[in-house]
Design a protein around this ligand. Structure first.
Ligand code: ADP
Length: 704
């Protein structure tokens, strides 16, 4: 029999042992996440040497003292995969053990150990790219080389045993051992590739960790499902004002201002790589809100998918951008205004000039005296119109430069009003608006008081306001009047004209600004009248303001303090028909978005001795009523930004059912009265409010 069956069994047993131990090595090796250190190389050598010894414990004994096992395979593979230090140690251990076993095969055994390890090392250093060539062939050739060398080592046996040994082992050694080498080699190769990948992964994670921790950029890792912050670096901790541990116990929802569903949708989009950049707002520990730009993408970290986010604080950039946009809008606006201004001025100056030049040039050819007279009239009125524009421009410039000196005289408001009525009647005719009623409201029994102020300037303001009312009213009526409180007098001019859009109310007092600055505007004027009025108000220490509703009308108020002359009147006030009722112990809340209106009403109500509270918005009014159960009466302005008077009345009546709310309406047009009633108001008082009406109403209300 050529091959002894027990030899085959021994071999299979050996190879099985070899493969099993390779898994052991794997287990040990896989724990080594870094390149082997020298100490570890020694340890590996000892372990591998130990395995060699175990292999040699289950040999196939040819004759006592002559044993065969698979140490050649093991040592060849050790040489190939583990390098010189572990190989040398394994060779020394197994060699020593073989010497310890002794017998005839002792020197052949030691030679096989040395030769196998050396061939393995030889392969490692002289065929370095073997893995990238045909690895099956390479490993098989290695196995063949080792085992041919092994057969050569039989020469070290006693001469009489060489032939018999060769005959017995040659075939299995040349057929099975190279295959065993191939098998173990492939297994080790597979594991070594696995270790390489693991090592690279470890290294890249380590690199990432260092970058992450030492970076100046704000970075965090977020769990995609729950939004839990898995990790954050020092820059993040500095930015948000939480420690890293505090951050790691938070969910992203605790710092983002996004609602939960939007935040989880954002994480889904990052996870599915649909979107990677977001601009959101984050809240810091100090409660400050910052605008941040987040760049986020999914990464695998420690085997889990997490969202890696880099966060840039762009609050300043955002503000700068907004400022830039605002500046651009302003520049565009000023560009638009410039062309509107040029167009208006050009139109306003050319129209009268056109008439003057045109009619004066045809006068020479005209013989009809009537026609001549008419031309002269047109030229004259156009000249006057031109003069008035030029005067406005000078007036505005003079007032603004502060060079105008107030020249005070004593005169009577009644006399002023007669002049104003005459002026209005002429203007109405000039503008073909005879159908509009212009009325001075002088309450019965109230003698308009004498005042001491600059008559010319007061007249200029009132004629400007009246002129505007006539210009911007197409039907209905215009009323003007006054109310007096102690030495203060407030004039008003109210109309049922086109009104002014809310967003234009602020600007119409600026020079050359008009409610309608389109080229298609239908009304004449250069936009200086109200700015002159405001300058005059300042000059006389007064105030000018308005209330307006588009398509309903406007009321302009002009208050001049301390000009009413009272020395002729024993009670130091202008006599009024209605005495102020005594409302001691009562509390009245005035609600109006215009501070000046509150001021005026407050001055009127001062003589009733009631306690006065004020609110400048609907919301504020509702809050004040809740906070002050002592309030007996509310004067509620109807038109306010945000919560209007109707809404505020409904709200505050929920808190205090039965509370008396009196609406203040500037334009009692149809529908308003009904709405006032519907909202639960007790009644209404028309603006501009006149003092005796107010007192009369209060006396009726409180029976005083
Ligand atoms: P203008 O020469 O354009 O009348 P003003 O300075 O007198 O210039 O007024 C500025 C703008 O205010 C007007 O262009 C107009 O849009 C608006 N305005 C002034 N008074 C009234 C009013 N009674 N009714 C409606 N709009 C008015």
């Amino acid at each position: 029999m050529l091959v002894n069956p027990s030899l085959i069994l021994g071999l299979i047993h050996n190879i099985a042992l070899l493969l099993a131990t390779s898994l052991l090595i794997d287990l040990f090796w896989s724990r080594q996440e870094k390149e082997l250190q020298f100490r570890n190389k020694l340890l590996t050598g000892v372990l591998l040497g130990g395995i060699g010894v175990v292999l040699m414990l289950t040999p196939w004994v040819l004759v006592p003292g002559l044993v065969f096992d698979t140490r050649s395979i093991l040592l060849g593979i050790i040489g190939l995969f583990f390098g010189p230090v572990p190989t040398l140690i394994a060779v020394l251990i197994t060699g020593a053990y073989r010497i310890f076993l002794g017998g005839d095969g002792q020197w052949m055994g030691v030679a096989v150990i040395v030769v196998s390890g050396s061939i393995g090392l030889f392969w490692r250093y002289f065929r370095p790219g073997w893995m990238n060539r045909n690895r099956f062939v390479e490993l098989y050739l290695l196995g063949l080389a080792i085992h041919i060398a092994m057969l050569c080592c039989t020469l070290l046996l006693p001469a009489d045993t060489i032939e018999h040994t060769l005959k017995t082992i040659a075939l299995p050694v040349l057929i099975i051992y190279p295959l065993g080498t191939l098998l173990l080699g492939l297994l080790m190769l597979n594991r070594s590739l696995h270790w390489k990948i693991k090592r690279e992964l470890y290294q890249s994670e380590e690199k990432f960790r260092q970058l992450f921790e030492n970076s100046e950029a704000i970075m965090m890792l977020v769990e995609p499902e729950s939004g839990l912050i898995v990790d954050a670096n020092h820059a993040t901790s500095n930015f948000y004002g939480y420690s890293i541990d505090e951050l790691k116990s938070k969910r992203i929802l605790e710092i983002t201002t996004l609602p939960p569903d939007e935040a989880s949708e954002a994480r889904r989009r990052i996870l599915e790589e649909e979107q990677s950049c977001f601009i959101v707002q984050h809240q810091l520990a100090s409660k400050e809100i910052r605008t941040v730009e987040i760049h986020s993408s999914p990464i695998t970290f420690h085997g889990n998918t997490v969202l890696f986010s880099i966060i840039h604080d762009i609050s300043e950039r955002k503000l700068a951008e907004e400022a830039l946009i605002e500046a651009k809008v302003r520049a565009e606006e000023s560009d638009k205004l410039k062309s509107a201004f040029l167009a208006t001025m050009s139109h306003e100056l050319r129209t009268p000039l056109n008439a003057i030049i045109g009619f004066s040039s045809v006068m020479d050819d005209e013989n009809d005296p009537e026609e001549m007279k008419q031309f002269a009239r047109i030229i004259n009125s156009s000249g006057n119109h031109l003069l008035s524009i030029i005067e406005s421009i000078f007036d505005a410039a003079l007032l603004q430069s502060g060079e105008y000196k107030v020249s005070e005289t004593r005169f009577n408001v009644e006399e002023l009003f007669f002049t104003l009525i005459d002026y209005a009647n002429v203007e109405k005719i000039k503008r073909n608006k005879d159908h509009i009623e212009v009325k001075a409201l002088i309450p019965n029994g109230i003698k308009p008081p004498p005042v001491f102020t600059d008559r010319g300037k007061l007249m200029q303001v009132l004629t400007n306001l009246l002129n505007n009312s006539i210009k911007y009213t197409n039907q209905g009526r215009i009323e003007f009047g006054f109310s007096v409180y102690e030495k203060d007098i407030t004039f008003f001019v109210t109309d049922t004209g086109i009104g002014i859009p809310a967003h234009k109310v602020e600007i119409i007092f600026d020079q050359f600004r008009q409610g309608d600055d389109n080229h298609t505007r239908v009304h004449d004027g250069v936009g200086l009248g109200l700015s002159i009025c405001r300058e005059i108000a300042l000059l006389l220490n007064g105030k000018i303001w308005l209330e307006t509703t588009e398509q309903e009308g406007s009321t302009f108020y002009f208050l001049i303090p301390g000009i009413v002359v009272t020395e002729n009147h024993p009670d130091h006030t202008v006599p009024v028909h209605q005495q102020p009722p005594d409302l001691t112990g009562k509390t009245i809340l005035i609600v109006d978005d215009m501070e000046e209106n509150i001021f005026l009403l407050d001055r009127f109500l001062a003589s009733t001795k009631a306690s006065i509270l004020s609110a400048q918005s609907g919301e504020d009014a509702v809050r004040k009523v809740k906070e002050n159960p002592a309030i007996d009466l509310v004067y509620m302005d109807i038109k306010m930004p945000g919560m209007d008077g109707y809404e505020a009345t409904i709200e505050l009546l929920k808190t205090r059912p039965g509370l008396i709310v009196v609406a203040q309406t500037a334009h009692a047009v149809t529908g308003v009265k009904e709405k006032v009633k519907e909202s639960g108001c007790f009644g209404y008082i028309s603006k501009p409010i006149r003092r005796d009406d107010l007192y009369r109403g209060l006396a009726e209300l409180f029976g005083a």
